[in-house]
Design a protein around this ligand. Sequence first.
Ligand SMILES: NC(=O)c1ccc[n+]([C@@H]2O[C@H](COP(=O)([O-])OP(=O)(O)OC[C@H]3O[C@@H](n4cnc5c(N)ncnc54)[C@H](O)[C@@H]3O)[C@@H](O)[C@H]2O)c1
Length: 369
Amino acid sequence: MSTPHQVNVALGERSYPIHIGAGLLAQAGALIAPLIKGSRALVIADATVAKHHGTTLTASLNSAGIAHALVTFPAGEPSKSLSTADLLWQACAANHIDRSGAIIAFGGGVSGDLAGFVAAAWMRGINFIQIPTTLLAMVDSSVGGKTGVNSAAGKNLIGAFKQPRCVVIDPRLVSTMDGREYRAGLAEVLKYGVIKDPNFFAWQEAHAEALATGDPTAVAYAVAESCRIKAWYVGEDETEQGVRAHLNYGHTFGHALERETKYTRYLHGEAVGIGMRMAANLAQRLGLLKDATLVARQHALLQRYQLPLAHTTDHKSALAETLTKHCLLDKKVAAGRMRFVLPTAMGMVETHEIIDGAAVASAFASAFE
Ligand SMILES: NC(=O)c1ccc[n+]([C@@H]2O[C@H](COP(=O)([O-])OP(=O)(O)OC[C@H]3O[C@@H](n4cnc5c(N)ncnc54)[C@H](O)[C@@H]3O)[C@@H](O)[C@H]2O)c1
């Protein structure tokens, strides 16, 4: 079956397709059936997604003859836990999911990370399919095989690489998303242009309002381009030993901001958006940024996507120092060297190890108001 956009993730024998097309949820069963060859499937969905779109998915699986059960968990980040995973493993047992069975993740990044981890560990790994339903999950978390749960030790520290057998994306599903959640996903779309593809960035500049308002044709194209770029990084460097780290542009700054505000003030994409401004400022400060227009173009696009541009605080210098300390404690820091992905031109980034804490603190302060 051909679909309007198809992207391949090239990983040798574990390569897989990403199918992208408006209305594709109704064809998910037909796309999945050849991959799981008559075995049983467990659909793991968050309750909100199941309420909006569960009927379409189950009808599609039924018409393709896929025997399945659907289990839900409460929507939201707190469900990304070992205790929810344990309940889902019990559901695997109750629904007779054996070594030939499959798990289908249906939802946003929380569903994908959680269900992928359940699939990676159940019977030491069974078939896994991703059907992402948020913009963030479509352009980022459903592709690349990172799965896991949070724990008292920290966010995303327990997990496994588990590549799906395929990803089925119906961009129309974003129409039921909360507007703020949707726009936060646009920060990751913008990121792909800055790190890898000046043409994609220029296309976004030409279609910013269409994307911000969720125009279906624009969304489908942006998802396909984002998946193409993410798939390239995953194919080059599956386990993030090198170039895949470029996908973390804006994330080290953003994570520090999220942690400091206890994960309540910003959605992840919003923090990454502010973080990208800080990263571009640091690149400029260190004389690495050759393209003087990048800072203004990135700022303008974030603004047109209606994303927050700065963090409001009454304690700019004290907060900049605290956040710099957070960066030193980041799991990606080696021996006091903070690692940042910094732009050198539109479509080009480099990873730099920075020991100059004052420059990092000033970069933080550059996006405070
Ligand atoms: N594995 C990776 O590579 C990777 C990358 C980035 C982020 N993540 C993880 O992704 C998670 C965040 O993902 P998220 O932003 O998708 O959050 P999410 O899965 O919690 O979804 C956000 C909200 O949107 C609702 N929702 C989802 N789809 C909907 C739809 N179509 N219509 C209406 N409501 C819908 C959900 O019920 C939820 O309330 C985090 O846990 C993060 O760590 C993983």
